[in-house]
Design a protein around this ligand. Structure first.
Ligand code: SF4
Ligand code: SF4
Length: 335
């Protein structure tokens, strides 16, 4: 078992949940299940209090469970983090990405904006995102992408994200076509995360996953690759995996979670101040208390980082019986 000392280097990467509020209730999201935490925004002062405890910041995500554009202090947060020389990115559902908010993100210096869309049609959007806002999001992305290009701006880098489930995978080829038509250069296929210790909710259920893909699913992924290549769109998956490999449950390694570096390199902090080991964990267990490693409103970051809860989590992750949240992780997709 790997021993973790109390002097483990503080993280340089943070996930900071700008808000736990959202204007959607997607069927694959914990908010569809009622959510884990009271709804609130992280304030700029709280963000500074957290970040000032870290001497070096490399990369900061300003998203978690919630829609970051709902937080009016978001531009100020981005500006503060850019002054700290961090690379700043966020996921958004894109419904609120109007001209004013788009300009605020550009002026603040956002490095990367990821739009979660999950569908290539209004019906597909409704099936996964539980909303009729498909056309609005597409129009927002089109206008924002056009504006970035017209200004010859190097950032933010823009991408479209597709949570792959058995409900929507047939739309993936058209999704890549849509990205090309919107001038978006990157598409990501994201694997469904669901409770490892419970039957789940909405679309977040084991039977909706694409894992162990059949011939039809493989065909849609291959077709999407071909369309991406023809249209100059990069077709990716999070982590180090190709889209197809990211859907594989296991990689020949019976204990893939041992290679996960997240509990050693980053902290995920919710709008309520709770520290979690990663952004996957809140979707992976029904026992939320089991993944809370401390709260930054009550203890310092370094106390939490070197505290007993983190130490036990890291040690357990090196065993054959890791924390429940890690059991659905594969090295290829989670890293
Ligand atoms: S997935 Fe994102 S947009 Fe959908 S309900 Fe959850 S936080 Fe909101
Ligand atoms: S849930 Fe997955 S990504 Fe998170 S700490 Fe465990 S193995 Fe790593």
């Amino acid at each position: 078992m790997q021993t973790v000392g109390t002097d483990i280097q503080l993280p340089k990467d943070l996930y900071l949940e700008a808000t736990s509020r959202c204007n959607l209730r997607c069927k694959g999201c914990i908010l569809f299940n009622g959510g884990w935490e009271p709804q609130r925004d992280l304030s700029l002062i709280e963000l500074i209090m957290i970040c000032d405890q870290l001497p070096v910041l490399s990369r900061v995500a300003l998203h978690g469970i919630g829609e970051p554009l709902l937080n009016d202090e978001l531009p100020g947060m981005i500006r503060y983090l850019k002054d700290r020389k961090a690379s700043v990115f966020l996921n958004s559902n894109g419904t609120l990405l109007n001209e004013r908010r788009g300009n605020q993100l550009l002026d603040a210096g956002l490095d990367e904006l990821r739009i979660s869309l999950d569908a290539a049609s209004p019906a597909g959007y409704k099936a996964v995102r539980n909303s009729d806002e498909f056309h609005r999001v597409v129009a927002n992305v089109r206008a924002f992408s056009k504006h970035i290009k017209s200004m010859h701006l190097p950032c933010p880098k823009l991408s479209l994200w597709f949570l792959g489930t058995r409900e929507n995978i047939s739309e993936l080829p058209d999704f890549v076509r849509l990205a090309a038509s919107l001038g978006v250069a990157e598409v990501y296929l994201q694997r469904l995360v669901y409770f490892q210790d419970d039957q789940g909710y909405g679309l977040a259920k084991s039977e909706k996953t694409l894992m162990g893909s059949d011939a039809a699913i493989t065909g849609w992924i291959n077709e999407s690759h071909a369309i991406a290549e023809q249209s100059g769109v990069r077709f990716n998956a999070p982590g180090f995996a190709s889209p197809f490999d990211s859907l594989q449950a296991r990689t020949g390694n019976p204990f893939p979670w041992r290679k996960c570096y997240r509990p050693h390199t980053l902290m995920y902090i919710t709008a309520g101040g709770n520290v979690l080991p990663c952004c996957i964990s809140p979707f992976a267990v029904s026992n939320y208390g089991s993944i809370i490693l401390g709260n930054v409103f009550y203890r310092s970051l370094s106390e939490i980082w070197s505290g007993s809860r983190y130490r036990i989590f890291r040690e357990k992750r090196q065993t054959q019986t890791p924390p429940e949240c890690c059991r659905g992780c594969g090295t290829l997709w989670s890293l």
